[in-house]
Each structure stands twice: as structure tokens, then as C-alpha cells.
Design a protein around this ligand. Structure first.
Ligand code: ADP
Length: 270
């Protein structure tokens, strides 16, 4: 679908002439629509917890004589406000990544360090569901970039793997390197993703199952953040999955042959 604008020029042409200009403004329209949708989505996402908080605080005020009910409402208030805080911080993170600020200073980062940090962030959620986090594959692979951003990206993938898997399963983080690319795969035994959804899950706020995502505390922004971080590092993220058969998310990043300090010349050679 395209949108064409028509511009008619009369002057400075001779009196019997007009010039009709056809301009393709489809892209302009698309960008404008994406922006409008985004604002509508953010408003909707914020309205839900704010509405819940209003109702819950009213209920809490009415429950002064019922400590058990009051405790229940308080727990839900904490849950909703934590989700809202996460939503706001992920929105800020996303807008930072979308180029408002310069790229982070790039330095060699051992993949093992990224994974250790990412696993640490997912540990509590994994323990709560008896999910085992297993590391395997190559060691000594190094990439170039921002350690904290890359740990966020891998952490989001691990967080999703845990959120969309049943109890007592395994999430494997596998590292490989081939032809100049470092591969970090996060493999789960969870619910998987339908072919119709798989192309869209990296869009902001797209969820295959909105109710499930909300129940796990998801914001719908995690994979959009991963995609931006991969892009900022000249890399990309890939996914393969089958409903009921688990998913594999792979972060591909240009690898660095050797950490800088090991390539420094000997003092004798200088
Ligand atoms: P959310 O906060 O909803 O998890 P994400 O951007 O991280 O948002 O993911 C978008 C959607 O992709 C999720 O709502 C879910 O439907 C799907 N998804 C992401 N990771 C997985 C996974 N490991 N297994 C199954 N579905 C997943």
C-alpha cells in the first residue's frame, strides 16, 4: 500500500502550463504510523497498572479491619508497581539504545564474563522454577563492545527462556565461534513459538500470548532491546522454534581474535 501526494505548480510557469508533481510519501506515513502506534502502546501499557493500583489502594483503604486481605492487596500493589517501574526503565533503555546517545566505548569483552553476569541476573527466577542453567561450548571467545549492554541482551534471552518454560527443565547457554563470529545460544525446553508469531516477536510490545507475558511480569520490550543491542554491536539475533518443542535464540557478534593485552609486543621488541 502506498501513499502519493500531489503537488500542483502554477507559477512561475507560463499561463497555459501547470506542473503536476507526484511524491511517494509511503515511508513518511509508515514512520508516522509506527510512532503513533508506539505512543498508543505505551499509554495502554501504563494505563493497565495505573488502573490496577487505583483499585487496589481503594480496596486496601477499605480493608483496615481485615489484615489478611490488606496483606493480599499490598502484595499486589507491590507487584503492579514493580512491573510499572520495569516498564519505564526498559522504555528508557530502549530510547537510549535507539541512538539518542552515542555508542558505548567499545572494548574487548570475554564472552564468559558476559554470560556469568547474565546468568547471575537470571538465577533467582530459575531457582524459583527449579530450572537448571547449564553452560557449555567454547571458552576464551572474545567480542568487542559494551559489557553491560551485552549482559543485558543475554540476560533478557535467559529471562525469557525461564519465563516461557515449565518447572524442572533446563536452559542451556552455549558458546561457539566460527569464521569471525561469536555465537551465544540460549536454548530452552519451553512452550516454543508459532511460525505466525516468530517474525514479529522482536517488535516492541508484540507478544504471542499477552496474558501469559503479563503473568510472568513481561513488558513486551525485552526482545526489542536485544535486537537493538545486537545491531549496535554490528551483530544480529536469530531464533528458531517450534510450538511445544522449545526455542533457540542465538546472538551473533563479530569476534575479536585475541584480547588486546595478549597482542601487546614484548618489551624486547620495542
Ligand atoms: P515479554 O516481556 O512479553 O517476554 P519480549 O520482547 O521479551 O517480551 O518477548 C516477546 C514475546 O516473544 C513474548 O511475549 C513471548 O510470546 C515470545 N517469546 C520470547 N522468548 C520466548 C521463549 N524463549 N519461548 C517462547 N516464547 C518466547
Amino acid at each position: 500500500e502506498s501513499t502519493i501526494a500531489v503537488r500542483v505548480h502554477v507559477s512561475p510557469l507560463p499561463a497555459d502550463r501547470i506542473l503536476i508533481e507526484l511524491i511517494d510519501i509511503s515511508e513518511l506515513h509508515r514512520v508516522e504510523r509506527v510512532r503513533r502506534d508506539f505512543v498508543a502502546n505505551v499509554s495502554h501499557e501504563l494505563k493497565t497498572p495505573v488502573g490496577a493500583l487505583q483499585l487496589l489502594t481503594e480496596a486496601l483503604a477499605d480493608a483496615v479491619d481485615d489484615p489478611q486481605a490488606a496483606a493480599r492487596f499490598t502484595a499486589r500493589i507491590q507487584h503492579e508497581s514493580a512491573r510499572m517501574a520495569r516498564l519505564v526503565s526498559e522504555l528508557l533503555e530502549l530510547s537510549r539504545l535507539q541512538g539518542a546517545e552515542p555508542l558505548p566505548r567499545f572494548e574487548p569483552v570475554p564472552v564468559e564474563r558476559i554470560i556469568t553476569e547474565a546468568i547471575d541476573r537470571g538465577r533467582t527466577a530459575a531457582t524459583a522454577k527449579d530450572i537448571e542453567l547449564v553452560r557449555e561450548g567454547e571458552t576464551g571467545v572474545t567480542v568487542s563492545g559494551s559489557e553491560s549492554q551485552l549482559a543485558t541482551a543475554v540476560g533478557n534471552l535467559i529471562g525469557n527462556a525461564i519465563a516461557y518454560s515449565p518447572q524442572d527443565t533446563t536452559v542451556t547457554i552455549r558458546v561457539g565461534e566460527a569464521r569471525g563470529w561469536a555465537k551465544i545460544s540460549v536454548i530452552d525446553e519451553g512452550i516454543g513459538i508459532a511460525p505466525d508469531d516468530i517474525d514479529r516477536i522482536f517488535e516492541r510490545f508484540y507478544r504471542a500470548d499477552p496474558a501469559r507475558s503479563r503473568a510472568t511480569g513481561g513488558t513486551g520490550l525485552g526482545l526489542a532491546i536485544v535486537k537493538h543491542i545486537a545491531g549496535n554491536h554490528a551483530g544480529r539475533v536469530e531464533v528458531s522454534s517450534m510450538p511445544g518443542n522449545g526455542s533457540v535464540f542465538t546472538l551473533l557478534l563479530p569476534s575479536v581474535a585475541v584480547p588486546a593485552q595478549e597482542t601487546a609486543p614484548d618489551v624486547d621488541e620495542m
